[in-house]
Write a protein that binds this ligand. Sequence first.
Ligand SMILES: C[S@@+](CC[C@H](N)C(=O)[O-])C[C@H]1O[C@@H](n2cnc3c(N)ncnc32)[C@H](O)[C@@H]1O
Length: 316
Amino acid sequence: MLSGQYWFAGRDIKEVNGPIVEHIPVLAETLAEQITLPPDGVMVDATTGQGGHSYLFGKTLGPEGVLIGLDVDKEAIQRAQFILKDLACRIILLHCNFSQISEQISKQGIEKVNFILADLGVSSTQLANADMGLSFLEDMPLDMRIDKRLKTTAADIVKSADEETLADLIYKFGEDRRSRRIARFIVRQRENEQINTTRELAAVVCRALGRPERKRWSRIHPATRTFQALRIAVNNELENLEKLLVSAARLLKKKGHIAIISFHSLEDRLVKNNFKQNENEGIYRVITKKPIVPAQEEIARNRRARSAKLRIAQKR
Ligand SMILES: C[S@@+](CC[C@H](N)C(=O)[O-])C[C@H]1O[C@@H](n2cnc3c(N)ncnc32)[C@H](O)[C@@H]1O
């Protein structure tokens, strides 16, 4: 059985840049069952993160094979460098956004690839990292930029967006039906005091929804959708995913695979529609008519897997 620690085995984790939180790669066994790479294959892990999926597939490649890992988080790339260094295949790690996958791959002199994987969202290390400002479980500066080259933080949006824009954003990217009320409370709060941290924002959302702040949440925390909305906006997540999906259809070799793991319905819808459209145009064969979701056993081992949906398509 695969465990999140299998790639740490025998390694001094302190050597990896910064504190590292165990990140168990989601649906790893399912992916390994579905996708087999030729030893001289080329794989692009568009979200290499802590290298879990990269390692899983990289170790099936021989010296002629190429593993290309992309990530917008420079520290993730540095950690992946360490984690993947003993693989036999050629490894190319690029600090870039997957929306630029075509340009980046062609710069490496590679035209077509056998497999493109994206495991969307953020890693456990990023969630725990105060510099990222992604979590309301700890009090952190309200940042949310995964790529520190971006200019606008979540705090900037919360500070300066007008009430209607905030409400639309929370509705569109957070799918929260009470977005207008949340926006009104944010605007009212910032007239008195700035909202600078994740806990401060979570507290305003709890007040807007009339939910207590300190309860242990059995299902989802009331601020989850607002945080999702801001993270999507700060990082242009949906636009980037659309660009990746468009480029992937061109980059894949005949019989090559694309696999996307998404964590909320907005992403999953984009993937589903893209795969269907490519199938209608005779470009893809959709392998997963319904998305694959983790078994209860995996969710028990890895809570992050609970909302994961995996879709796979094959180029014709
Ligand atoms: C869920 S983690 C991936 C974990 C990885 N599969 C593993 O097993 O360790 C998602 C990663 O994607 C990166 N990421 C998110 N959006 C990105 C984008 N548009 N381009 C490149 N990387 C991105 C994040 O920085 C994060 O490291």
